[in-house]
Design a protein around this ligand. Sequence first.
Ligand code: ACO
Ligand code: KIV
Length: 559
Amino acid sequence: MGTFNHRKYKPTPVITMPDRQWPNNTISQTPQWCSVDLRDGNQALVEPMNVQQKLRMWDLLVKLGFTQIEVGFPAASQPDFDFVRALIDGGRIPDNVTIQVLTQARQELIARSYEALKGAKNAIIHVYNSTSPVQRERVFGLDKQGIIDIAVQGAKWVKEYAAKQTETNWSFQYSPESFSSTEIEFSVEVSDAVIAEWIDVGNPIIINLPATVECASPNVFADQVEWFCRNTQYRDAITVCVHTHNDRGCGVAAGELAVMAGADRVEGTLLGNGERTGNMDIVTMAMNLYSQGVDPGLNLSDMDEIIAVVEYCTAIPLHPRHPYAGELVFTAFSGSHQDAIRKCLSKQQADEHWQVAYLPIDPADLGRSYEAVIRINSQSGKGGVSWVLENDYGLQLPRWLQIDSSRMVQARAEEISGEVTSAQIWDLFDTHYLQASKNISIQNFSISQNNVENGGQDMLSLSYTDQDGSASLQGHGDGAISALVDAWQQKFGDKIEILDYREHALGTGTDSQAIAYVHLSINSQRYIGVAKHRDVISASLQAVLNASVQAAESQTEAA
Ligand SMILES: CC(=O)SCCNC(=O)CCNC(=O)[C@H](O)C(C)(C)COP(=O)(O)OP(=O)(O)OC[C@H]1O[C@@H](n2cnc3c(N)ncnc32)[C@H](O)[C@@H]1OP(=O)(O)O
Ligand SMILES: CC(C)C(=O)C(=O)O
């Protein structure tokens, strides 16, 4: 078995709570958000942020609408301290924003934290100590009472120092660190002991329940949060907050279920930077709410700016499949997805709820363009190719041409084993269909309409050049195209049937061009002709010639 041995591990204990309520709840209102990018996010970086990076992150967080921001651990280092001072002394904190700082429950660190916060209008002093059995026994070498003593002593210092700095509106926050690995009764006991220390002075109290290390499935965490809310003596007097990490990949799910279980406030970071696998990603959770019609209270519409700032500050590139933000998350390569997206988008009305298969939200809401939605490789189909040709080049291809052109693109994708770009698709289309006009081109033509000699049919006289030089044709029919078909049949003896014909303008305005698509059966074989021209009749006639010349070429090849 080697070193890979699951028997080394034991399952996390679960709470027996058959009357749990949270599975029946839905989130209809956004929780309070607290960004911990500048603290938990920062402490996890290979190179912690410098002042410029921190200020850039701060400005972004304020711009996005965060009103509670943990700005650091000012007692930890001079740069952390100086940054807090820079925010306060530099007048950078809007009145509606409350800054938060973290400290261990140690007097000198608490004293230094208050020093850092001097002059702040609103501040949260966040004190923590760890409570789980492994931390008690192996890190602190203390029993439960010893852990309660650290917490209560920390709470006393927090209260005492706050009383000396009355110019600030203080909130007190306590985290029983490693909450999710702590016996739930003990989490309540230690938190209640802290609250009892604070309740009389009347400052707002936040109890923050961390999954410091995510060690169970998110339903277990939700049970713990619900149990806590139901059993603390002070539920109505406190804000219950959660702070989840992503060790099992469920940080966001745990945050969401915790809100269903009663949490009022959620701590996390932008795009999930943080210790180990990261903190709960606030962007994802907020966008999840948004996608359910709940106002997330944050404006995340400029996703590219968020990514740029987070990458600049963390030096960690974003994964292309990161929810809502990654480069590939609104892109479909596979044919059936592309087909469904194209059909849904064409039916989506501006004033109705979003109903587009495979796109949980409208990419445009996050500043992403529709053009990036559909990209072409060997998994793509006609829907995707026609989407590109329509969106990027204005072509409204009839179905038979969608099928024909996508085969050609598919073949190219297989040949290069990769993505065929929009420009390459256009090149293929142009070379295969439009360049056929080089082999045969109209010199001039005239049509006499309602020609009496031919029973009211149109008469066409057309001269053209091809590889053999100049020549001319005459024929009649119910319109210009059937007159040309008639002329061609007379001259070359081919049997031609018009299967379908479409044309439309390319662009708008007087100098816009027309494009014509014809589908012909020539001697029982199907051919497609496409041509562009300023004038729609010229485009149609040229399209017929392009198809006819293809037929002639393939007959020559076959002979
Ligand atoms: C889960 C989290 O993310 S918690 C936040 C973690 N963040 C950080 O640690 C980043 C900032 N921290 C630091 O820069 C440093 O740890 C400092 C400056 C705060 C403290 O540094 P130091 O005093 O040198 O040591 P260190 O952090 O190792 O402290 C360990 C001591 O503090 C005690 N301690 C640890 N946490 C706490 C706490 N929350 N409350 C009270 N005491 C604590 C430990 O028992 C240990 O005591 P001992 O020295 O008697 O054995
Ligand atoms: C201090 C606490 C909230 C923390 O960062 C954690 O437990 O992860």
